[in-house]
Design a protein around this ligand. Structure first.
Ligand code: ADP
Length: 637
C-alpha cells in the first residue's frame, strides 16, 4: 500500500493543528454517519408503522362490512326457522310476519324484503307495494344465480327504484324436505345507511385528506367519503381494478385520478371483502400521511446537524486552544535553537504543557548561564593563547637566533673547508715545483726550469685571483663594494678580454658579435673586464673542447645587453639563480670536476648591479648556457 504510507507520511508532516482538526472532523463525520443511518432506520420504521396502521384500519372496515353482510344472511336464514316459506301453503301469514320482522325489527334490510317462489316470482314484499306482487325477477342476475346454483347470492349493487337509494340484494335459497329449491328469500341493504358508512367513515380520522371507498369488482364506487357518484369510477379506479383482480391486501402510493392537473399522490391501503366481491380502500394524501415521519426526519437531521456544528466548533476551538501553547513552545524552542536566549517562555497552562513550558524555560536559563560561562572561558582562553603565543614567539626568536648562529657556523666551516681546498691546490703546486727547483742533487735543464717557473707563476696568479675574489666578496658582504665609472666601449673591452683569453687557450673558438653603433656606457672598465673574464673563464671551464663561445652586444631601449653563450654542459633549471650566491657551486658531477670557489658569478652580479644593471642565466642542459647582463646607457638610468 505505497499510497497509504505516502498519505500517512504527508499526514505526519503537516502541522499539529490541521492534524488535530482533521482527526476530529473525521471522528465527527463517522459519528454523524452512524447517527444518520440510525435516524434513517428510525424514520423507515415509523413509515412502516404508519402504513401498517393504515392497513389494519382498512382491514377492520372490510371486516365490519363483511360482518354486516353476514348478519344480513344470518337474518334471512333465521327467518326460515320461524316460517316454512312454502309457496304452496294455503296461508302465508307466518312468512309475511317474518318478512315484516326482517324489514322492520332488525333494520338490516331497510329497503325491503321479498319472498320469491322457486321460479323467481315475488310472492310477498315488505313494505307492501302492489305492483311488485307477482313480478317476475327471474331475469335478475342474483335471482337467476340462486335458481341455477341453489346457493345464496349477493346482487350487483343498484339504485333502488322505490327509494332511489344505493342498494344491494342478499338472496338465500329455501329448500323443501327433499332438498329441492322451494322458494327464495331476499333482503335489500341500503348502502347509504349509517351501518355501512360508519366503517368507511373511519377514514376521516386519518386526517384532513383521509378518505375511503367501498368499491365493487370493477372498481366502481359503492360507498365513499368523497363526493363521487354511486357506481361511478373510484378515486383510484385503475388501482382498485388491479387490486380486485388479484384480490390482495396491500398499501401503495398511487396517483389521485380525480385531481386533474394538480397531481397528488395518495397513500392507499386495500382490503378485499370475503362475502361480496368488493373491496375497501382507505388512505390519504402522501404528504399528510407521512407528515409525522417527515417532521421526525427533519427534526432528526436539523438537530443532528446543529449538534454536529456545535460540538465540532466547540471541539475545534478547544483543540485550537490546546495547540496554541504547543505552538508558543515550538516557536520558543526554535528561537533557542537559533541562539536567541533573551525572550522568556511564558505559558499560563497547567498540566503536561505547562510542565513542558517550565522545563523549557529552565533549560533556556541554564543554557544562558552556560553560554555566559563559556564566553568567560573563551575570554580567558584567548588571553592564555595570547600569552602562550607570545612565549612561543619569544622561544621561536631564540630558536631562530640560534639557528642563524648555527647556520653561520656551518657556512663558516663550509667556507673554510672550500677556501682551504682552493688555497691548498695552487700552494701545493708552488711548493712542489719550488722544492724541486731548489734540490741541489738534481739537475734541471734551462727549458725544464722555465717550464716549472711558468707553472709556479700561473698558480701564483690563480692564488692572487682567489685572494682578490675573496677580498671583493668580503667587500660585497660588507656593503663597501664600489665602482668608478668612465665612458667605456663595451665592444672594445670584450675584444680585449677575448684576445687575452685566446692567448691562454686555443681549444675553443670565440665569436664576437657587437653592434657597430653600440654606444659607450658609464662603467668601471677594470671591473667590467673582470665580468667578461669570469664569464668567459666559466664558458671555457664548463664546455667541451673545440666548442664555440659567442659574445654579443646590442642596444635595447635605454641600456645595452651583453650575452656570453657557450655550447657546454648547461645548468639545471633549479640552480639558475642559486649559482649567483657566494660559494655556491652547481651540484652536477661534471661541474664538481672543475676547480672553483663559487665566487666568480657573485662578483659579476655585484659589479653589474653596482652599474645599475642586472645579470641572469638561461640554459638548456647538455646544449649550453647563456649569461646575460645589462648596463644602462645613462649614469642615472
Ligand atoms: P666557480 O669558480 O665554481 O666557477 P662561479 O661563481 O664562477 O664559480 O660559478 C658558479 C657555478 O656556476 C660553477 O661552479 C658552475 O657550476 C656554474 N657555472 C658557471 N658558469 C657556467 C657555464 N658557463 N656552464 C656551466 N656551468 C657554469
Amino acid at each position: 500500500m505505497p499510497s497509504l504510507s505516502r498519505l500517512s507520511n504527508l499526514f505526519r508532516n503537516i502541522g499539529l493543528w490541521p492534524r488535530l482538526a482533521f482527526t476530529i472532523a473525521l471522528g465527527f463525520l463517522i459519528f454523524f454517519t452512524i447517527f444518520s443511518l440510525l435516524s434513517i432506520r428510525m424514520v423507515n420504521d415509523s413509515t412502516n408503522r404508519i402504513l401498517e396502521e393504515q392497513q389494519v384500519l382498512t382491514q377492520m372496515a372490510a371486516d365490519e362490512i363483511d360482518a354486516l353482510l353476514a348478519q344480513g344472511f344470518y337474518e334471512l336464514e333465521k327467518a326460515t326457522t320461524f316460517a316454512r316459506f312454502d309457496p304452496q301453503a294455503d296461508n302465508l301469514e307466518e312468512e309475511y310476519h317474518m318478512l315484516a320482522h326482517a324489514y322492520g325489527r332488525i333494520g338490516t334490510f331497510s329497503l325491503g324484503a321479498y319472498f320469491y317462489d322457486a321460479m323467481g316470482r315475488i310472492l310477498l314484499a315488505e313494505p307492501y307495494y302492489a305492483p311488485l306482487i307477482d313480478a317476475d325477477h327471474s331475469t335478475k342476475l342474483h335471482i337467476r344465480q340462486v335458481i341455477e346454483s341453489g346457493q345464496r347470492s349477493v346482487s350487483t349493487p343498484f339504485v333502488d327504484p322505490m327509494t332511489g337509494a344505493p342498494a344491494v340484494a342478499l338472496t338465500i335459497p329455501i329448500r323443501d324436505e327433499q332438498g329441492q329449491l322451494m322458494s327464495m328469500l331476499s333482503g335489500l341493504i341500503d348502502l347509504s345507511s349509517s351501518n355501512i358508512r360508519r366503517p368507511i367513515e373511519q377514514a376521516l380520522k386519518l386526517g384532513h385528506t383521509g378518505h375511503a371507498e367501498l368499491v365493487d369488482s370493477q372498481g366502481r364506487v359503492l360507498v365513499t367519503t368523497l363526493s363521487l357518484s354511486f357506481l361511478g369510477p373510484g378515486d383510484h379506479h385503475h388501482w382498485y381494478q388491479k387490486m380486485m383482480a388479484q384480490r390482495i391486501t396491500g398499501t401503495e402510493t398511487v396517483l389521485d385520478e380525480h385531481e386533474g392537473e394538480n397531481e397528488s399522490m395518495h397513500v392507499m391501503a386495500f382490503a378485499p371483502l370475503s362475502i361480496a366481491d368488493w373491496g375497501v380502500a382507505m388512505g390519504g394524501d402522501a404528504t399528510e400521511t407521512f407528515a409525522p415521519v417527515t417532521t421526525l426526519r427533519n427534526s432528526i437531521f436539523l438537530l443532528g446537524g446543529l449538534m454536529l456544528i456545535v460540538i465540532l466548533t466547540a471541539t475545534l476551538i478547544g483543540a485550537r486552544r490546546l495547540v496554541r501553547p504547543v505552538n508558543v513552545l515550538t516557536k520558543s524552542a526554535h528561537e533557542i535553537a537559533e541562539g536567541n536566549l533573551t525572550a522568556p517562555i511564558q505559558i499560563s497552562e497547567g498540566g503536561e504543557i505547562g510542565l513542558l513550558g517550565r522545563s523549557l524555560e529552565e533549560m533556556r536559563l541554564r543554557l544562558k548561564e552556560s553560554i555566559a560561562e563559556i564566553r568567560g572561558w573563551n575570554v580567558e582562553l584567548e588571553k592564555r593563547v595570547k600569552e602562550r603565543t607570545k612565549e612561543l614567539e619569544e622561544v621561536m626568536e631564540e630558536v631562530t637566533k640560534l639557528e642563524a648562529v648555527r647556520q653561520m657556523d656551518r657556512l663558516k666551516s663550509e667556507f673554510i673547508s672550500s677556501i682551504s681546498h682552493e688555497l691548498r691546490t695552487p700552494l701545493g703546486f708552488i711548493t712542489g715545483y719550488v722544492t724541486t727547483l731548489l734540490r741541489s742533487d738534481m739537475f734541471h735543464s734551462e727549458e725544464t726550469r722555465q717550464e716549472f717557473l711558468k707553472i709556479i707563476k700561473e698558480e701564483s696568479e690563480k692564488l692572487q685571483e682567489l685572494v682578490e675574489n675573496l677580498l671583493d666578496t668580503s667587500r660585497i658582504q660588507a656593503g663597501s663594494f664600489a665602482v668608478e665609472k668612465q665612458p667605456t666601449d663595451i665592444g672594445e673591452l670584450a675584444q680585449k678580454v677575448v684576445e687575452k683569453v685566446q692567448s691562454i687557450t686555443d681549444q675553443h673558438s670565440f665569436l664576437l658579435r657587437f653592434d657597430s653603433k653600440l654606444r659607450s656606457v658609464p662603467g668601471d672598465s677594470r671591473r667590467l673586464e673582470q665580468v667578461f673574464h669570469n664569464l668567459l673563464d666559466n664558458a671555457i671551464k664548463y664546455s667541451h673542447k673545440n666548442s664555440q663561445i659567442t659574445i654579443s652586444g646590442k642596444t635595447k631601449n635605454d641600456h645595452i645587453q651583453v650575452s656570453v653563450v657557450d655550447e657546454g654542459q648547461g645548468i639545471p633549471q633549479a640552480e639558475l639563480t642559486k649559482i649567483f650566491n657566494a660559494f655556491y657551486r652547481a651540484s652536477s658531477p661534471d661541474a664538481q670536476k672543475v676547480r672553483g670557489a663559487g665566487l666568480g658569478l657573485t662578483i659579476c652580479r655585484a659589479i653589474v648591479e653596482a652599474h645599475g644593471g642586472s645579470i641572469w642565466a638561461e640554459s638548456v642542459p647538455d646544449k649550453g648556457s647563456a649569461f646575460y647582463f645589462t648596463l644602462p646607457l645613462q649614469e642615472n638610468a
